[in-house]
Design a protein around this ligand. Sequence first.
Ligand code: AMP
Length: 215
Amino acid sequence: MGPPGAGKGTQAKRLIEKFGMVHLSSGDIFRAERAGGSDLGRQMADYMDAGQLVPDDVVVPMMAKAIAAQAGGLMLDGFPRTVAQAEALDKQLAEADKPLDAVVVITVDDDAIVQRITGRRSCPECGKAFHVTFMPSQRGEFCDVCAGEVALTQRADDTDQVVRDRLTAYKAQTQPVIAYYRRRGARVLDVDGSMSPEAVTDAISEALRAVCSQG
Ligand code: AMP
């Protein structure tokens, strides 16, 4: 868990390689649904582009289906984002007799988040991710990896105003989920997300290994 731009997706991808889990990102699942052009995808797009959360009655069944389709260990990224979603997840895990091993919370301050997110770009041809300040392409607006001819693009919800709206939604709706897990006695691991990506991965790995050795 963590605010938009905290590095949840980046860290999840690095951690599944180390821990042999499956990465389930609700944002990726929803972007695939909208790219498919379904009615549901179109409804979701309005919320996503406005920086608002997709309603629970859409999110919960979609994520329940994606989770149920996986037999082994899971690294959930971006879900749950409301207390109602967390309650639904608890119920599903209890019914499947699967434990919730840990809740990883990555924290980063608001100004750093806005700078991180508004600078994100990606290549529409090969998918390579860039940042205009921290990881620019040597070919400016064009990808220097695949040498594509289509300019790098920005996610529609990565603009300054939408990022601020996503942060507001995070504080109002998602931060209470962390308090919910603390109340329920879950293992909540707090990690400083302002460090380098490598240092964040190391900190999370160490905390997760300690959880695994405790059983
Ligand atoms: P992300 O890629 O995780 O930043 O998610 C992008 C957008 O998808 C969010 O701003 C929301 O509009 C939507 N979204 C992703 N996960 C959830 C969720 N668990 N609940 C509600 N909306 C979500």
